[in-house]
Each structure stands twice: as C-alpha cells, then as structure tokens.
Design a protein around this ligand. Sequence first.
Ligand code: SF4
Length: 387
Amino acid sequence: MLGLYIHVPFCSAICNYCNFNRGLFDAALKNRYVSALIAEVTSPATLPKDPPSRQADTIYFGGGTPSLLEPSEVGEIVRACRAAFAIADDPEVTLEANPETVTLERLEGYRSAGVNRISFGVQSFRDDELRRLSRLHSADRAGGAFLEARGAGFDNVSLDLMMWLPGQRVDDWLQSVDRAIALGPDHLSLYLLELYPNAPLKEEMARRTLRIGQPGENWSQAPDEEAEVMYGEAMDRLGAHGYEQYELSNVARIGHRARHNLKYWTDGSWLGFGCGAHSTVGGTRWKNVAATEEYVARIEAGGSAATDVRTLSTTEQIGDAMFTALRLTEGVDLDGIQRKYGVDPWACFGDDLQPFIDEGLLVRQNRRLWLTRRGMLLANEVMAVFV
Ligand code: SF4
C-alpha cells in the first residue's frame, strides 16, 4: 500500500540549526498553500507516474511545523486524501507538532480531523539546551504537550530528541532520555545533531569557542567517544524500559513502529504532496519544486509541481533497497531483494561490503546482513557504498 506524505513548510521561527525545507509562517500564503495541497492530492493527472494501486494506509504531515495548520485545515486535507485514494480501514495518520503550538483543544481538533498519531519535536528536556537551539518551547511545555495529547485521546505519541548538542555532556543527555522514559511515549526518535555548513548555530559555536577562558557558557560539542556513549547508553536504557530499537534512530513499544517511515526503509511506495516533497513509485522517483511560492503558483495554474523525474536502473533500485534496509536492526533480507529484482544483491555489492564485515561494522549470517552497534554509529561510511 502507498504512504501519503504531506509537507507543511511553515514555522513560527527558524531554528538556528535547521536545514529543512521551511519558511516563516505567512497566513495568506498558508491559505493558498492548503488549497494547493488539496488540489494536488485530488488531481492524480499531475503525477508523473501512476502508482501501482491507489490504496494507501498511511498519511504523514511533516514539516516545517504542521501543527501551525488549523485542525479544520488538516481535516480538509485528510478528506481530500480519502476522496482521491482508497484509504485502509486502520490507517496511521501522523501529525508532526511543536510543543508550543498545541493546546488540549487543538489536539482534540486534530484527533477529530482523523489524526491518530502525534510526533512532538521535543529535542531536549533541558531549558538551557533548548535555548541554545533557539527553540520556542521549554522543557515543561514539552511535558505539558505530551500530557495534553494523552488527554485528547492519542494512544500513539512519538517524541524526537537530539543528542550531541552544544555544551551537552553525557549526563545532560541522559536527563532528557530519563525524562522521556518517565513520560512513557509509545515511540522515540533519537538523532545526533548535524551541523550543516553556515548554520547560524555552527557560527555561534565557533564564536563562543574563541571566547573560551572568558565568562560564559561552553558551547563546544562533546568528543566523538562521548557521542558514542550517548547513543549506546540511551539505547540500552530505552531497551531496559520496553522500547525496542528497530532502526538506527528509532525505538518503539510493541505495535508502535512508525508505519509510514517503514515504507522508506522497506523499499515501499509513497507519494509526496507539497513543496519539496519526494515521491517514489515503482522505480520512478521525483520531487516537487522546493520553493513554497513556486509550488503554489504551479498548482494554481493547473500544472504539476514535479521536477527531476527519474527512472532508476535495477542496480540503483537494489542499492537503494539495501541502503534503506540497512538502517533497520533486522537488516537486509538478501533473498527478499533477489526475489523482487531477480538479481543477487550480494553479487552487486558484496565486494564493497566485505571490508566492513572484516572491520566488525557489518554482520552477514546466511542471507541476512545487518549493522553492528558500532556500525550504526559509522553507518554513513557503510552507506557510501550505495551512493
Ligand atoms: S521548527 Fe523544525 S522545521 Fe521549523 S525551523 Fe525549527 S527545526 Fe526547522
């Protein structure tokens, strides 16, 4: 079945580390954008390639900050998806939300609109760290938002946390992990902070490093070995509290793996709507124009927003299937890929992957291949084989 991704590019403020496709909230543009989204979802003729079926079982509102949309707007978009696709009886409908944007009433509204999973961008349960990231919420607001989501009836709530933050040491990070565990979400995503070139946060960290020795906070990142401890200790603590790690960055209670994201990691098909959204259907891939205004203008003119339409070769599809499946703790089923594509993936990539097995980053047992804990931390090196 298909997954449907809906991109919402608006944010109340731009965080100093953010490299996503987003911009500042603009009410007039947002109204036009919602209409454009509905038009795009309900005009399948604009798709460069027909999906193999029009059945879908996940809808994912990502951003940006989707919780800046009114519940009624989310409801309209969900209805558009239902009008254009055969939505399964038990779909997963996720909305990414920032803690400062929600209230009990708004969350109840999203629930009535058909959303059944909330993913909060918490990042940290320490106010000093949140300030350094220029986030608008406090640790208490994050906890409050979680409880409001429970109060609104959400029994599937995910929290995003980030480690290796400026000035953060192992104990600081584990405070956030412990506070998350105490709340008891159903799913957690744990990311390492990645600083892209020219990120304002990166520049601020460099400025503060120059001032070391003078009064003020130390914003340097912990050494690499500490980042390894952060990751390993968090996964161990979560495991001891009933959370199963099923992907490099994701843990879940039984029955709460992210069904939409699993489509990305299991060689599935999905359609992306909205500016900058990516789609992959039956070996064809495309992305929509990234700029919000251009996206809206194209859809308003009755056209398609798709660009960079590309049909992948069989080897590229196998490489992508391996690349994404290696993110899963259960790893790659080499026979499954061979059955799907008629080619032995080990024959394509085995020579390049063997050195990582020799180094202890990868394990191959029979026809299954997976990353070790150390391999997960150095996954980028292994994944470079498929790029
Ligand atoms: S709220 Fe999220 S998408 Fe928006 S600027 Fe911050 S990190 Fe980026």
